[in-house]
Design a protein around this ligand. Sequence first.
Ligand code: CAO
Length: 423
Amino acid sequence: MDKTILLPDIGDFKDVEVVELLVKPGDAVKAGDSILVLESEKATMDLPCPEGGRVKQFLVKVGDKISKGAPLLVLELGVEAGAKPLAVPSAAPPPAPSKPVQPVSPAPSVPAPAEPPPPLSAAKKAHASPSVRRFARELGIDLSYVPGRGPHGRILKEDVQDYVKRYVAKAGTATGEAFAFPEVPLIDFSQFGEIAIQPLSKIQKVSGRNLHRSWVTAPHVTQHDEADITDLEEFRKEMIAKRSSDGVKITILSFFMKAVVAALKDHPKFNASLDSTGENLVLKRYFHIGVAVDTPNGLVVPVIRDVNHKGLVDLARELAAISEKARARRLTPHDLQGGCFSISSLGGIGGSFFTPIINVPEVAVLGVSKAVTKPVWKDGKFVPRLLVPLSLSYDHRVIDGADGVRFITRIKEVLQDVRTMLL
Ligand code: CAO
């Protein structure tokens, strides 16, 4: 026998909005099960079904405004709750919500939640207070997706918040929770001992954001090698002695800049950036090299322009001037823009090999560590040679491993015999 369920007297309310249907045609319900949610200006309420049976047809839909006595649904009486749902005739009005509501919709590329949507009938098991339902609705969350951790599986506000947090973490990755960025735990370090809080400098905050962006957007590969700079150092010292009256000391870094330009000319893909679509390379015909400078306030990367047109002495002069300007915090935006490739030299400090981080949108960076004299097998015997460790990081989206090796080999070739710079 069929019975039409009407909206009972729910107090002093008229034109109350139907905001959610909690069951669908074919579902079996028992007396007291919530069948829909109403929302007035003052409150949100679940409406219980007065009798048990199987839902045959809804006579209202989400968005309808209804008052006492309005027909809500047709119920087939005498069907036990828990009975298998019937196939819904195609003529029946579509169940609502017919599609899971996407919890957040920042961009079309955001992947769907990793777990498959639960069956809609789970919605009626989504026990939650009206205030939690309203909270979920404000966020656009379908509660049937949210696991409840309250008594008897009731969904709490914290469950909805946790769900959103997990979704947002997951949204950044197509591979699901296992590879989502794990949250950094909040730890009160003072529980372990004395602490002091030191705010980061403005430069540290800005460079930290840039480094993080580079690290997570560009898949880095770092290729290491050593270049024999024994002859280069001899030549440099000779030049310094000859030009002592200039007051300019030719630095090793000037040679590295020239060697990098020679390699960029031979391998134009390294003097490029991906365009905003990620589908094209923007090849640059100019040669502006960024140099990482360590300042008391943090790391900055001023740019030396047109390195291809400048000699070693000019480069050394410009390098000294720009690093002094950086340390005096007098760099202008122009000084920091337009770089094609960066060099990070820690050679004056020490260490051997490291992973420099690409200054995105550039596609590669050269790290230089401290040159050390080592025994090298040459012409049938070991000879002492000055070897400088080189670490080339490149963006693997743009550069293949073979190109990476060719590029570092060309740099090495130039450093080992500066005459090849002219080739
Ligand atoms: N191997 C051995 N010695 C080296 C060397 C190398 N690779 N590079 C430099 N040196 C020597 C120099 O010849 C100089 O020695 P002398 O005074 O006896 O001639 C001494 O080390 C100091 O050099 P420097 O580092 O002051 O000068 P530079 O021209 O080589 O570098 C600059 C200039 C601005 C790059 C450097 O001062 C600097 O700030 N380096 C740090 C960059 C940095 O922090 N990078 C890390 C980025 S990731 O966090």
